[in-house]
Write a protein that binds this ligand. Structure first.
Ligand code: SAM
Length: 406
């Protein structure tokens, strides 16, 4: 496995002319649309009450150009920002001057998630889009939890290991074609994925995505975190919410029943094992038999390892093995007993098989056929999976004191 050219994700960004997430919000209406989508994610899927953001002290680490931060400010949050890439600071300030209430930005600090300093504790700490690159997870977890008030929330997003199979597969033709032609990354990315990209709406540019996903040395297997590993690392902390669901939402006991924490963890881990097909496909395919979850996870792990190795180096035999493995996986998921959205199993299995076909074409270096298939097959054009998982952690609320109105 190749070693990243930069030691940290932000050093990689510092060497780039493009920002990873800049959404170029030029007027009130584009900001309002952005804000609505954040409300659907945070207020809806993650159940963070938006009304409680008013007056809340919020620390956001890694805001990049600050689109999310300015939305928190418009909901009434008081923002303290830590962004190690200084090139982003001017855009953050412009966004706040243009769109946020006066005084909403307390400070911007140029520091890493492991070495920032703050003088207060926060109701909400946000670290989206980078935390998986700082390992082991316990390092950042400890830091984030220390800066929270009792009962405070920490919102993180990360590349979930098995959910990232399709994301990693996308990198493989990109790497192989560049090796073959020596073209620059944007030319190759456009030939392979521009048609796919244009089929859905995005807030960032195609060039940002190319830099941040296809060519990013940190979007690799060694940085992906298994949800099971993460909940074990977080065993002392509560999961307030997550997307997709990590807690068994179908559990039914007396509401006042005392919860034994090791039993609760066990239940969550079982739920995650039964979610392995859901995670890979990025749509609901909940397994009835949890041991089937382990078999599916083992096949995904093999596919991840082969795909990761093929990003670095062409190897026809490995490529053929990957194709066979992806077909196996498709068949296994198709045959498993699941509680599923009807389309999920068929579309997901078809996508795995389409990637198996591509892997066979790549084994024979049939690049014209690969490009043509990626630009015309609706299964490949519309299949993205869901690699980015979000989790909201919560510290224990004991010892909490009433906040005095200011
Ligand atoms: C992909 S961007 C995400 C931006 C924004 N949070 C979002 O989710 O849209 C990642 C951001 O995290 C910052 N970052 C990367 N590594 C970091 C680290 N170790 N500590 C703090 N911030 C980091 C980068 O500079 C960049 O601004």
């Amino acid at each position: 496995m190749s070693v990243p050219r930069a030691n940290t994700l932000y050093q990689y960004y510092q060497g780039e002319a493009i920002s990873p997430t800049f959404a170029d919000l030029r007027d009130e209406s584009s900001l309002a649309a952005y804000q609505t989508s954040r409300e659907a994610l945070l207020g809806g899927r993650l159940a963070i009450p938006i009304a409680l953001i008013r007056g809340a002290e919020i620390l956001e680490i890694g805001p990049d150009t600050g689109e999310n931060a300015v939305v928190f400010a418009r909901w009434g949050g008081r923002m303290t920002l830590v962004e190690p890439n200084e090139a982003a600071h001017a855009t953050i300030r412009t966004y706040f001057d243009t769109y946020a209430p006066a005084g909403a930005l307390r400070s911007i600090q140029c520091a890493n998630v492991l070495d920032y300093t703050v003088e207060r504790r926060f109701d909400l700490v946000v670290a989206e889009g980078f935390i998986y690159t700082v390992q082991p997870s316990k390092l950042w977890l400890k830091r984030l939890l220390h800066t929270l008030v009792p009962g405070g929330l920490a919102l993180i997003s990360y590349y979930e290991r098995r959910a990232s199979l399709f994301e990693l597969l996308l990198r493989r033709p990109f790497a192989a074609l560049r090796r073959f032609t020596g073209e620059d990354r944007f030319t190759t990315a456009k030939r392979l994925y521009r048609t796919k990209w244009d089929r859905i709406g995005h807030t960032r540019s195609f060039e940002s995505w190319t830099m941040d996903v296809l060519d990013n040395p940190f979007v690799r297997l060694r940085y992906f975190i298994g949800a099971e590993r993460l909940v074990q690392d977080m065993a002392d902390v509560g999961i307030y919410s997550s997307w997709p669901a990590y807690r068994d939402g179908l559990e039914n006991v007396w509401g006042k029943k005392k919860i034994d924490s090791s039993r609760a963890l066990e239940r969550t881990l079982t739920h995650l094992r039964r979610s392995s097909a859901t995670f890979v496909l990025g749509s609901k395919a909940y397994l009835v038999d949890e041991s089937e979850g382990d078999r599916i996870a083992a096949l995904v792990d093999l596919a991840l390892a082969d795909t990761d190795a093929l990003i670095d180096e062409d190897d026809a035999a490995r490529s053929v093995r990957l194709a066979a493995n992806l077909r196996n996986l498709a068949e296994r998921i198709r045959r498993a007993d699941t509680i599923a959205d009807v389309h999920a199993i068929y579309e997901g299995a078809a996508l795995l098989e389409a990637w198996a076909d591509l892997s066979e074409l790549l084994a024979g270096r049939k690049f014209d056929a690969v490009i043509s298939r990626l630009n015309s097959d609706p299964v490949l054009l519309d299949g993205w999976g869901n690699p980015g998982h979000l989790a909201v952690l919560q510290t224990a609320a004991y010892g909490i004191e009433a906040r005095r109105p200011e």
